[in-house]
Design a protein. Structure first.
Length: 229
């Protein structure tokens, strides 16, 4: 019982993390009300939860709004693009359902449905990687898109795992609609767990390459100096 009242006890640490996800989800919903700000909100969510995954010192309120303001301008056009994609995907789903119920269109739907599924898959995961990249790196928008595209397909197993996780969250919302209030935080927390690991591996490789390059430069400098002497 003594350990139960210790604030460092696992149960309190876990409850603190759950509370943080709930608060961050609330911030996300409030800041996403204008819709075009959904990109900045999602980037801020990745920023805070990414820091948590890396065990860095975090202030959820200060860090969330710091990232929101910092990435607001660049995220606006990106958010508009993905909002158009969401609207297009939603219309497609309604059309596909209607087509499958219509016997005359079932043959056509056999070709259209797979194309639509690929479009939704690509748009969903491109969005996830783009906001995650924007939360951690300074990149131009074109570079964000190309890098996200490469990561989605190079780490296909991780992408599939994230797909299953997103479907699981959606099914949970259907079972218990109130989960939608914390769904943004849950979804991004799961994404961050896997995505931050991928980022870390690339950063380690880059750091190793830079260290090797510096060693070669130093060796070349020493050889040049010795030859001059």
């Amino acid at each position: 019982m003594k350990g139960l009242f210790d604030l460092d006890a696992p149960v309190w640490v876990w409850l603190s993390e759950v509370a943080d996800v709930m608060i961050l989800s609330l911030y996300w919903w409030i800041c996403s009300i204008p819709l075009v700000t959904v990109g900045a909100s999602t980037t801020a969510l990745y920023y805070v939860l990414g820091k948590k995954m890396r065990k860095e010192s975090t202030s959820i309120t200060r860090d969330f709004f710091y990232s929101f303001k910092m990435n607001f301008k660049q995220s606006l056009p990106l958010a508009i693009i993905f909002l158009i994609a969401v609207i297009s995907g939603s219309l497609y789903v309604f059309m596909a359902v209607d087509g499958l119920l219509n016997d005359n269109l079932k043959g056509v739907m056999r070709f259209i449905v797979p194309v639509g599924m690929v479009f939704i898959f690509e748009a969903t995961h491109l969005s996830s990687y783009i906001w995650a990249l924007l939360s951690r790196f300074h990149m131009k928008s074109y570079t964000l898109f190309t890098t996200a595209f490469v990561l989605v397909h190079r780490h296909l197993l991780t992408t599939i795992i994230l797909t299953v996780a997103k479907i699981a969250v959606l099914l949970a919302i259907f079972k218990m609609p109130l989960i939608v209030l914390v769904a943004p935080g849950i979804n991004v927390a799961i994404d961050s767990f896997f995505v931050q690991g991928i980022f870390s591996r690339y950063l380690e490789v880059e750091a190793t390459k830079n260290a090797q390059a510096e060693e070669l430069e130093e060796e070349d400098y020493m050889e040049t100096t010795n030859e001059q002497q």
